[in-house]
Each structure stands twice: as structure tokens, then as C-alpha cells.
Design a protein around this ligand. Structure first.
Ligand code: SF4
Length: 150
């Protein structure tokens, strides 16, 4: 069983923003700061795909070969089905006001664990695959770098 942090250790989480920009701050993944995958037996009962034993700390997450296609197809289906999903993809202004309500961020102090940045992972796929600007920018030569936001 993984060693979980003690309550007194949790109260010492440093929420001071790092001195480096969030893209340049390395992530330190530790026990107690992530959720675990459900047991394969439980996934099979509810009919979820790819039931397997895995842990976030594993080097190999045992994802199917075409996991990127599955992800993009899943986003496309949800964009078609749920107007609220498309709306959220477009309206978040990245203000960060939701950060202090998120137990993952509060529990880790990791800026990359702020809800806005986790959502940004999905949103970056949305922009690249499902918006005109993203499709045009994807053709931009990779050696051209955009100005830093930090
Ligand atoms: S960062 Fe959070 S609070 Fe701010 S607009 Fe986006 S979802 Fe809403």
C-alpha cells in the first residue's frame, strides 16, 4: 500500500507560485497527489473500455495503440452532443478563480494541477483539431516559437 502523507505534512504544502513560468517548472509527482485507476473488474462490470491494472507512477500506462484517435473521437462526439461542452471550451478566460476551490490544487500546491491548466490540456486539443485558427496554426513551422506569457 502506498504511503500517504500525514495530516501535518499536508498542512505544510507550499502554495507560493514558482519563480519560473509554469511551462518551465518541472513537475514532481508524489504519492498522495493523484487518483488511482479503477480495478479492471469494476471497469468490466460497467462496460468501460480497456480494463487493466495500472498506476499513474508506472512507466507504461498500457494505453491502446490508437489512444490519441480514441481521445479525439471522444471529444468530437461530445462537442456534437453537448452544447455546454463546446461553450466551456470557448468561454474560459483562464482567470484562475477556480483554483482555490479545487482539492487537487490545494492538496498538491502544484500550479499545473490548477483546474484551468488541467482543462487547458483538453482545450489545446480542441483548438488544434476543432477550430479554424488551430488548424491553420498547426501548419506553422515548428521552429517559430510564440512569445512567452510569463
Ligand atoms: S479559469 Fe476557472 S474560474 Fe476562470 S473562467 Fe476558467 S473555469 Fe472559470
Amino acid at each position: 500500500m502506498a504511503k500517504l502523507p500525514k495530516p501535518e505534512e499536508l498542512s505544510k504544502i507550499d502554495l507560493t507560485p514558482p519563480k519560473t513560468g509554469w511551462m518551465d517548472t518541472p513537475v514532481v509527482i508524489k504519492e498522495g497527489m493523484f487518483c488511482h485507476g479503477a480495478k479492471p473488474k469494476s471497469l468490466e462490470i460497467v462496460g468501460f473500455p480497456n480494463p487493466r491494472d495500472w498506476r499513474p507512477m508506472d512507466a507504461d500506462w498500457k494505453l491502446p495503440e490508437n489512444w490519441k484517435d480514441i481521445l479525439i473521437k471522444g471529444i468530437a462526439e461530445r462537442l456534437e452532443k453537448y452544447r455546454s461542452f463546446r461553450l466551456f471550451m470557448d468561454i474560459c478566460v483562464r482567470c484562475g478563480a477556480c483554483a482555490d476551490k479545487c482539492h487537487f490544487f490545494i492538496g498538491t500546491g502544484d500550479p499545473k494541477n490548477m483546474p484551468v491548466l488541467r482543462a487547458e490540456l483538453i482545450r489545446s486539443i480542441y483548438r488544434k483539431e476543432f477550430t479554424l485558427a488551430g488548424k491553420l496554426l498547426a501548419r506553422w513551422p515548428a521552429r517559430v516559437s510564440l512569445p512567452s506569457m510569463s
